[in-house]
Design a protein around this ligand. Structure first.
Ligand code: AMP
Ligand code: ZN
Length: 111
């Protein structure tokens, strides 16, 4: 997707503070952090949102979920962490490339 910001980050065309990368996913720091730790996990495959998933994405989504606790631990979030996935304009989604927010730290506000 040529006009997708996160695809450009994945392609290395736009810089990001990358925390983890493998063949399926990229994890980088949110540019406007809303907590002490605020990472974004994105699949390298361009998928607009949760609403566009189908059965072919089962393994990828499971893979992403299973990676989260280890990443949180690596960030020092031993006491817990929060994950958020915004889906659609009505949720506040502004980047239409599926991403999981991983948030944590001592200043995490209530939800
Ligand atoms: P969402 O509202 O769920 O679509 O979240 C998009 C997130 O992307 C927001 O938290 C933004 O702060 C973040 N963001 C926007 N541009 C960049 C960027 N260039 N690098 C890292 N994070 C970004
Ligand atoms: Zn994309």
């Amino acid at each position: 997707m040529s006009d997708c910001l996160f695809c450009k980050i994945i392609a290395g065309e736009i810089p990001a503070d990358i925390v983890y990368e493998d063949d399926k996913i990229l994890v980088f720091k949110d540019i406007y952090p809303k907590a002490d730790v605020h990472l974004l996990m994105v699949p390298k495959l361009h998928i607009e949102s949760l609403a566009k998933l189908d059965q072919s994405h089962n393994d990828l989504m499971g893979y992403m979920m299973l990676k989260l606790p280890g990443l949180a631990n690596d960030q020092g979030l031993t006491g817990g962490f929060r994950t958020i996935i915004n889906t659609g304009k009505g949720s506040g989604q502004i980047i239409f490339h599926l991403h999981i927010h991983l948030l944590g730290g001592k200043n995490l506000p209530g939800f």
